[in-house]
Design a protein around this ligand. Structure first.
Ligand SMILES: [Zn+2]
Length: 306
């Protein structure tokens, strides 16, 4: 049985039914229900629905934004909410997560993009949204980028600041970044947690330079593991308000004005599910078929800057 990704525990929160963030539709059909606890003895769980119009899988009715913020929040001095739990999870996995992020960036063509940019721009500007403990930002700073981060979890943002990184704890939109401020914007394992990914992507488009890139990483519900495990898929967790496929994520980015230049997926079988040789074969197969468990999409804002 697949072990699910860590999530804040299922709790009763105020919820509301909202129009689909991708198409504005209001017709949803049942997709699957997940139990609240791993032993499945608890009756209360959460349910994903599918938009009848565009196919986007989502938890809807969804918890109010204030409740969602509280899941990750907690100020730097108080660990109200689950901010402290998330910090412990991110710190324990920091090296592993950084390695995965670097592999994802390589897949997305980041190093070529960086080379091209460095030949034209001194200290290009990168924004990492949901930058966690700042490991990737610190690396990018060392490579010559001008780095900024957004991390709404107070304890994690504090961890970034101890590294000397400039990181805001406000949600993206509340920062009022200047139009066309960034050459590159990153969001890894973040977009699926948001109440309104549609408005989030429109804000990213606004602050992205023409010719600049947005690299977004998220679980792929069109992948092999999602199909194999259904409601037991490791990414079908309470914290994931949306489960994107390549098709629905691409549409979300295109609706905001981006051009999708590259899509890569990875992960055929989670570690521990089968023998290592089988995992290697599965990993290679899903890579060819673009049916991996996680995807990275490189979207470009059309035009040239300056
Ligand atoms: Zn829809």
């Amino acid at each position: 049985m697949a072990v699910k990704t860590w999530s804040t525990p299922v709790t009763a929160e105020e919820t509301r039914l909202i129009p689909c963030t991708l198409c504005g539709g209001n017709d949803f059909v049942f997709h699957f229900s997940c139990s609240a606890s791993l032993d499945k003895k608890s009756a209360a769980g959460f349910t994903y629905v599918r938009c009848k119009h565009c196919g986007l899988i989502q938890i809807n009715p969804q918890p109010n934004p204030a409740a969602v913020t509280l899941r990750y929040g907690g100020t730097e001095t108080s660990l109200a909410g689950h901010g402290g739990d998330y910090l412990a999870y991110e710190e324990a996995n920091e090296a592993a997560f950084l390695k995965l992020q670097e592999l994802g960036l390589r897949d997305a063509g980041f190093f070529n993009l960086e080379q091209r940019l460095f030949s034209k721009v001194h200290n290009p500007a990168v924004l990492d949204i949901g930058c966690a403990t700042g490991a990737l930002l610190a690396k990018l700073r060392d490579r010559g980028w001008a780095v900024q981060g957004v991390e709404i979890s107070g304890p994690q943002a504090a961890c970034c600041r101890r590294r000397g990184l400039e990181v805001s704890s406000l949600p993206l939109e509340a920062n009022h970044f200047a139009p066309q401020q960034f050459d590159l914007i990153l969001a890894s394992h973040l977009i699926e947690h948001l109440n309104d990914p549609g408005s989030f992507v429109r804000e990213i488009y606004r602050i992205c330079k023409p010719g600049g890139s947005f690299l977004v990483t998220t679980p792929n519900i069109g992948g092999f593991q999602a199909k194999l495990f259904g409601a037991d898929w490791r990414s079908a967790i309470f914290d994931h308000l949306y489960l994107f496929s390549i098709k629905t994520l691409r549409k979300l980015l295109e609706n905001a004005g981006f051009t999708v230049e590259r899509v890569k997926t990875w992960g055929g079988l989670a570690a521990g599910i089968g023998p290592a040789p089988l995992k290697r074969i599965a990993d290679a197969a899903v890579k060819c078929l673009n049916a991996g468990d996680v995807m990275i999409m490189r979207a470009v804002r059309p035009g040239t800057s300056g």
